[in-house]
Design a protein around this ligand. Structure first.
Ligand code: DX5
Ligand code: ZN
Length: 242
């Protein structure tokens, strides 16, 4: 069984005191640090870029788990690797063929209905960019994208990220209906890491962990907690109850 990893999401930290905030979760037992990169195109929000990743790299020993919610990830993966990312996640929907337009019409809820919509060339370019830098490779899938879409990809990955909220913002409610997909992914790929991201609390983590998730991203429930160490332990216990 893959070890449980708790990855506080920096998005919920106080950005005026990033160093202190990071050191607080590091001392509190975090395993990884999750960094959410948003471009205002793949999602309706803008967050951090490579200079912030570089600065964060200098103040922590935690592995940096970079979640790129951006279009054209193949152009930027190498840059984030050079900035200090240890694990790089790009979205399956962002390397689908001719999707941006359709997705915007859907109100930012981008779904990949079947694997034939992958642009194989772009997918390959993304994986090559990550592997070329010797980093861990992961693909994220939005709540409505089926597990089957990622089937052929799984053997090439270290991790798959099942979004448990629509990407773009912290503090949203956990989407329960994603849990069966987590179980499906675990069955399809017994030995890779399965990450869940969005709305994870010591309560919601139980269902995700029982379904097979072992990497737990949590922003609000860690950084916004008065006692991040206790929150991280509670998340770990909830997941380990699997
Ligand atoms: C959402 C991000 C998440 C977010 C999670 O697009 O990918 O990582 O920060 O935040 P919480 O834990 O508050 O739902
Ligand atoms: Zn994230």
């Amino acid at each position: 069984m893959n070890p449980v990893r708790i990855a506080p999401s920096l998005l919920a930290a106080d950005f005026s005191r990033l160093k202190d905030e990071i050191q607080r979760v590091e001392a509190g037992g975090a395993d990884w640090l999750h960094l959410d990169v948003m471009d205002g195109h793949f999602v309706p929000n803008l967050t951090i870029g490579p200079p912030v990743v570089e600065a964060v790299r200098k103040v922590t020993k935690l592995p940096l788990d970079c979640h790129l919610m951006i279009m054209e990830p193949e152009k930027y993966l190498g840059i984030f690797a050079d900035a200090g990312a240890d694990s790089l996640t790009f979205h399956a929907e962002a390397v689908a063929m001719d999707y941006a337009r359709k997705w915007k019409e859907r109100g930012w809820a981008m779904t990949l209905p079947c694997k034939t919509l992958f642009d194989e060339k772009r997918l390959g370019a993304c994986l090559d960019a990550i592997r070329g830098k010797g980093k861990r490779a992961a693909v994220a899938v939005n709540p409505d994208t089926e597990a089957e879409c990622a089937a052929e990809l799984l053997p090439k990955l270290d991790m798959v990220l099942a979004m448990t909220v629509w990407p773009g913002f912290g503090g949203q409610k956990f989407i329960e209906s994603v849990v069966p997909k987590v179980a499906k992914l675990r069955k399809m790929a017994p030995s890779i890491d399965i990450e869940v991201d969005g709305g994870l609390t010591p309560e919601t983590v139980k269902a995700a962990g029982a379904a097979g998730a072992n990497v737990i991203v949590a922003g609000t429930s860690t950084f916004r907690s008065p006692d991040p160490a206790a929150a991280i332990s509670a998340l770990r216990r909830g997941c380990e109850a699997r």
